[in-house]
Design a protein around this ligand. Sequence first.
Ligand code: ATP
Length: 233
Amino acid sequence: MLEVRDLRAGYGTIEVLHGISFEVKAGECVALIGANGSGKTSTLKAICGLLPVRAGSVTFEGERIDRLAGHVIVERGIAMCPEGRQVFPEMTVVENLRIGAYARKDAEQESDIAAMQDLFPILRERAQQDAGKLSGGEQEMLAIARALMARPKLCIFDEPSLGLAPKIVAEVEATIARIKARGITTLLVEQNSAMALRLADRVYLYESGEIVLTGTSAELRDDPAIARAYLGE
Ligand code: ATP
């Protein structure tokens, strides 16, 4: 479904992705893991059209998307649930959900809002509240629901557990597992490597803008390289 080949990107004169290659097959959950600053978020931004691709390619369902604008990439079927949630704080919960469906041209947005509120009952209870007044966990649920409102084929999650209490992290993990069970392909960046290894079918380990290791979650669960990447040994 998604193929990233020899991707190079950066900021100003600095290159931070030095030839990244990986793939996500339809129906899979793939996790990108690695230490802070190793380039995971930059990779997601490049896929979504938010960071220019300097070399290499990004192919989605057989077509190059690395020169397309972000909103066109959403229309093609890729939605992102960004790091730090980034809900629109002064818009209501329902308005945030509608924004997620902005690129859609069908007439089923309202029934999808109801479906999201079935999935996350808190979004029904708080429907008319400003999103900025929600707790961190509630904002994460809203950010996930907002991404799903685009009806994506591929849903990307950037650090969904960041800054949340353990009980809420467990809820987020269960939610992503349910999304995967619905057949939505998922690409996940996660500092919580235990959670990433539980959710993902396959994992790619980043180090300083390169992928240094890949395998199934089962293969990598006990690999000392994973512990090294996080503990800096
Ligand atoms: P984190 O978990 O901290 O988000 P990451 O693996 O996602 O880490 P990136 O955020 O992609 O890593 O960062 C990769 C490199 O790019 C880092 O050296 C970072 O300092 C740099 N970088 C990220 N965003 C910018 C930016 N807007 N301007 C300049 N440099 C940036």
